[in-house]
Design a protein around this ligand. Sequence first.
Ligand SMILES: NC(=O)c1ccc[n+]([C@@H]2O[C@H](COP(=O)([O-])OP(=O)(O)OC[C@H]3O[C@@H](n4cnc5c(N)ncnc54)[C@H](OP(=O)(O)O)[C@@H]3O)[C@@H](O)[C@H]2O)c1
Length: 296
Amino acid sequence: MEIPCQKRIAVVTGANKGIGLEICRQLLERGVTVVLTARDETRGKAAVSKLNNGGPKDIIFHQLDVADPVSIASLKELIQSQFGRLDILVNNAAVSGIELEAQFLNEYNNKEHDLDSILRAMIQHYEKARECIDINYYGTKRMCAAFIPLLQLSKSPKIVNLSSNYGLLRVIASEAIKSELRDADNLTEERLDEIVCTFLNDFKTDNVKGDTWPTDVSAYKVSKVAISAYTRILARKHTDLCINCVHPGYVITDITWNTGQCTVEEGAKGPVMLALLPDGCPSGQFYCQTELSSFE
Ligand SMILES: NC(=O)c1ccc[n+]([C@@H]2O[C@H](COP(=O)([O-])OP(=O)(O)OC[C@H]3O[C@@H](n4cnc5c(N)ncnc54)[C@H](OP(=O)(O)O)[C@@H]3O)[C@@H](O)[C@H]2O)c1
């Protein structure tokens, strides 16, 4: 049975650690009811216990793998039956799409690392690239498609998509692709999917060339550029929703092998600010942390 709820209700994906967990903590602090989700139930429940340490908070856990439509449907059912609407969706879950060389990993714990040494030890292969695009980009799309009907029942609906400075147009070398992605008034979801598909085909056939695509951290960069472009398409289509994307900063988390420069507290500030924007704020924008920025 649906319980009428005056408090805002937020779903955060990939929230068992890193920036996602901290977004949950900051939203709770601001009086939001949080549905913390994680693909692994044990890790997710441990994260909820961590947040409840010091007294129970207004938080529930639900398993969610953004690559699995069945798990998305199950979460949707829970939100529908328990709250009858959703106010905030934070699409945070992501993977890097790369592996590190075995020898580097063997020595990993014994050394201090900077990003350059990690970049040198990186291995990219098709299966990881495909998974990265599927989780980061299509996972965000699956979540939006499932939850927009419930967000439309909110008085102040917000979608926050975690992009990256790797999701700026400058990472794409091809001027032709860049100008299509830049043309937010005419770019369609179908065309964006085609561009992403072309990248994956090029990757599969060993054709990721530096005059077209990014050659390092390729799939992650393309997934984030696609999320940025998708944010604009979605905002144009759903003028009743406030939909933005954000680079959280270069943050010390597992995805950066803890080489970042800011804390998760700093990294969560931008996404949380966008989740709580007052009505009438701009939609379809790129923020660098808490500052309105450009897609370039
Ligand atoms: N850290 C940075 O410097 C930085 C910079 C720019 C953008 N970002 C973005 O910020 C967001 C948070 O990243 P982070 O730094 O906090 O990284 P992180 O610590 O590696 O956290 C990533 C989270 O995503 C989850 N995840 C991965 N695949 C998933 C799936 N299929 N379904 C559900 N959850 C899944 C992970 O769960 P598991 O624990 O189960 O793997 C983990 O909870 C990401 O979108 C990232 O791209 C981060």
